[in-house]
Design a protein around this ligand. Structure first.
Ligand SMILES: [Zn+2]
Ligand SMILES: [Zn+2]
Length: 261
């Protein structure tokens, strides 16, 4: 049976408060061995951190940071709690951070400043970045370059940019992660990008509870569904599911340094 990793989801959100044990069981049954639980704001990062610390050995890891939607809440700097948690060994990355000019929930100048501060923090603690970008690839790549993000590396999660954007990120040492949208019929160009990028730079994720893959679209997403993303990627790359999954797991271990499978 193939063994998967889900490199981005939000298990500490209230969407999972009713049935988290069942969600975790289904993930285990589907072969999902490791899960990165991502924080999006100060409270959410504390919740993600707490969940992962309570979970004990091996399966859950976390990233803490302030999502671009929430940048305004960090306009006077990254909260001290986040900067403190990030030093814990269970915290394998800084984020999610980035730029979202599609929703513009926070002013763009604030998003850019808070994003830059996350890059500085990641470089300081020598951990990779989890980067969210929507309709702002040019600006985000510019900031990553200016702030020397190649020194810490990271992942562009739920990738939605062009082939050129992906190559520019990879050239800075970044990984490209695909989520449910890779399975959507309308996303042919995204699949064409996934087909030609270097396999050793790719990751898969759910971004649960959001963005359920095609067969489950419209319902709450969960880590077990990451298998659909792997299936699509395997098909695009002409790989067996087992080989595809083994490669992606290895990539995740290289990026997050969370130990071998
Ligand atoms: Zn995101
Ligand atoms: Zn996310």
């Amino acid at each position: 049976m193939p063994r998967f990793v889900d490199t981005h989801c939000h298990l500490a959100m209230k969407d999972f408060s009713e049935d988290l044990p069942e969600v975790m069981d289904r993930a285990a049954e589907a072969g999902v061995e490791r899960i990165l639980v991502v924080g999006s704001d100060e409270a959410g990062s504390i919740d993600a951190f707490g969940l992962v610390k309570r979970s004990g050995a091996g399966r859950l890891f976390t990233a803490v940071g302030i999502h671009p939607h929430e940048s305004s809440s960090a306009s006077s700097g990254i909260p001290g709690t986040v900067a403190e948690m990030v030093r814990d060994p269970k915290v394998v990355a800084v984020g999610e951070t980035g730029l979202d000019f599609f929703y513009d929930h926070s002013p763009r100048d604030v998003q850019e400043r808070v994003f830059s501060e996350h890059v500085a923090l990641a470089r300081k603690v020598k951990k990779p970045l989890v980067v969210h970008v929507r309709d702002a690839y040019g600006e985000a790549l510019k900031i990553l370059r200016r702030e020397k993000a190649d020194e810490c590396g990271g992942v562009i999660h739920c990738f939605s940019g062009s082939l050129e954007d992906a190559i520019a990120a990879i050239d800075m040492g970044f990984f490209i992660s695909f989520a449910g949208p890779l399975t959507y019929p309308g996303n042919g160009p995204l699949r064409e990008t996934a087909a030609v990028l270097p396999l050793e730079r790719l990751l898969c994720e759910t971004d649960a509870p959001y963005l359920s893959p095609q067969p489950k679209r419209g319902r709450r997403n969960e880590p077990a569904n990451v298998a659909y993303v792997y299936q699509t990627l395997a098909q695009i790359r002409g790989l067996t599911l087992e080989v595809c999954a083994a490669n992606i797991s290895l990539n995740a271990s290289r990026l997050f340094r969370w130990g071998a499978e």
